[in-house]
Design a protein around this ligand. Structure first.
Ligand code: HEC
Length: 487
């Protein structure tokens, strides 16, 4: 028996809350970084407006952070209730990592709150204020780093599979499990993706503000702010296919099943008739087209935060190479699809720029929405592609170490020091003989419900199945069962 979640079911309940958490938490990381960059730009240029934009974004960040944290607690509740075995295992293996994570939550919540609410009070101490805000990024990354250790472990347990790993360290800190084969690439890819996502989301916000702004000065301000955010995002976007390519390589070697599922659309990667991994790439390709034309179109104009054409073209070549490689591995249809959506995105972006009289608002909003969708789809594909974790780790019982077995798993135990386990007193009476010997492979109910009287046959049948009894024990048991007395 296990608990079920109404309507959604346990699996989808976990999936949806986890995805929502990823989306919100990644956005928070991106926002923190953007706020710092905007504050620094404002400080260097002695221009108030970027600081004001930073404050606006930080307010949204405070709200989002709260939602994300409460949501994380919800996730823990769901996990420990619906999949207690899974959660207990992770908790035992990574206890100290999770405790540090919790402490970081505390530090982050207080720092964000102080940074936002003392914005005006710290006006005369701008450097200190910027520093306080800048602290958020490394704290976030530390937190994110820990979660990546656990997340990548579920994908590529590597040497971390339980016992061996526990021998090498402290109970509750599974070092080899944490630094598993896909840890580095997952972290690198997610870090870059977060910068891109945060920047695109901030650009999306500027796009929304632009739709409502009336005053020309304000419009110009959001236009520049959006471009700044867009630019930060674009830089990170540039490197994603490189990181992604090597990440795929690691998966191919260490998580072959997940790799196959992604590449050939198997398992949960395809749900409801849709290949969500393809859909993710369709969004990415469209974003690439949009980015390239946006910067080509607006860089020629004499505006702030432009990007050199060479960079725009190098991104195009990089993505083209990435999709060529993917096409070779998957199907050429994939390559053509991505090319088509890239070109489609480019045309759409040209159209939107024209339609809004040169303003980037339509493009900003669209890229914000697309990057959000990409993060959600990427998260889904990653989790859906891997084989179920709990089923894979069969020796779960060795990780969740019962007290009497703990001495075996400690570091450098001298075999002489291991206490000899005194064998249990053999049960002697026939009733306890039955209880002990007949409940190993099925329950005693099975025996009690058996209607016939051929116990002699049954007992020898069980011996044929593998039950080891001495002749004496066998006789005692048969006699007791024949007599019909209780056991
Ligand atoms: C090595 C494992 C094992 C042990 C130990 C064991 N059994 Fe069984 N038992 C089985 C298997 C396998 C079946 C057949 C299950 C099935 O066909 O569904 C079975 C079935 C039975 C049945 C049902 C037979 C039927 O035809 O419906 C009875 C009664 C039974 N066991 C009694 C015992 C008794 C009494 C003992 C202790 C002396 C015992 N078992 C110990 C493996 C074992």
């Amino acid at each position: 028996m296990h608990l079920e979640f109404p309507i959604l079911g346990a699996k989808w309940a976990i999936g949806s809350i986890a995805l929502f958490h990823t989306a919100v938490a990644s956005m928070a990381i991106g926002f923190a970084f953007f706020v710092t960059v905007a504050q620094i730009v404002s400080y260097i240029r002695k221009e108030n407006r970027y600081d004001l934009l930073a404050k606006k974004v930080q307010l949204i960040h405070v709200c989002i952070y709260n939602i994300g944290t409460i949501n994380a607690i919800g996730l823990v509740f769901l996990l420990s209730g619906l999949f207690p075995q899974f959660w207990a295992q992770l908790f035992v293996q990574f206890y100290w990592s999770i405790i540090v994570e919790e402490f970081l939550f505390f530090l982050l919540a207080t720092t964000i709150t102080f940074h936002y609410f003392f914005w005006d009070k710290l006006w005369g101490h701008k450097k200190l204020h910027i520093f306080l805000g800048a602290l958020l990024t490394p704290l976030f990354f530390l937190q994110f780093y820990i979660i990546n250790g656990l997340g990548s472990f579920m994908l590529t347990p590597g040497f971390g599979e339980a016992e061996l790993s526990l021998r090498t360290g402290v109970l509750g800190w599974d070092k080899m499990g944490f630094y598993n084969p896909s840890f580095l690439m997952l972290t690198l890819h997610r870090t870059l993706a977060n910068f891109a996502y945060g920047g695109f989301s901030a650009a999306g916000l500027c796009g929304i503000f632009l739709y409502f702004a009336k005053k020309p000065k304000l419009k110009e301000f959001y236009e520049d702010g959006g471009r700044l955010a867009f630019q930060i995002a674009f830089m990170a976007f540039l490197s994603l296919p490189v990181a992604g390519y090597f990440y795929a390589h690691v998966l191919k070697n260490h998580a072959n099943e997940a790799y196959m599922n992604l590449m050939w659309g198997r398992g949960d990667v395809v749900a409801g008739g849709v290949d969500w991994w393809w859909l993710k790439h369709i969004c990415v390709a469209a974003m690439m087209g949009i980015c390239l034309t946006y910067f080509r179109k607006t860089s020629s104009a004499d505006k702030e935060f432009t990007i050199p054409a060479i960079m725009v073209y190098s991104v195009a070549v990089l993505y083209l190479m990435f999709y060529l490689a993917m096409g070779m591995v998957m199907t050429w249809a994939f390559f053509w699809f991505m090319l088509a959506f890239g070109v489609g995105g480019a045309f759409l972006s040209v159209h939107l720029l024209k339609y809004h009289g040169g303003s980037g608002r339509g493009v900003f909003l669209l890229i914000g929405i697309l990057s959000f969708t990409t993060v959600m789809l990427g998260g889904y594909s990653r989790e859906a592609s891997r084989p179920r974790f709990v089923k894979r780790i069969s020796h779960y019982d060795k990780v969740f170490v019962p007290e009497e077995r703990q001495p075996y798993l400690m570091v450098h135990v001298d075999p002489e020091d291991i206490p000899k386990v005194t064998p249990k007193e053999k049960a002697s009476g026939p009733a306890s003989l039955i209880r002990e010997n007949c409940s190993g492979c099925h329950t005693l109910t099975r025996v009690k419900n058996y209607p016939l009287d051929n116990w002699q046959v049954i007992v020898s049948q069980m011996e044929a199945y593998g039950l080891k009894l001495t002749r004496e024990e066998s006789k005692l048991i048969t006699a007791h069962l024949d007599s019909g007395r209780p056991y």
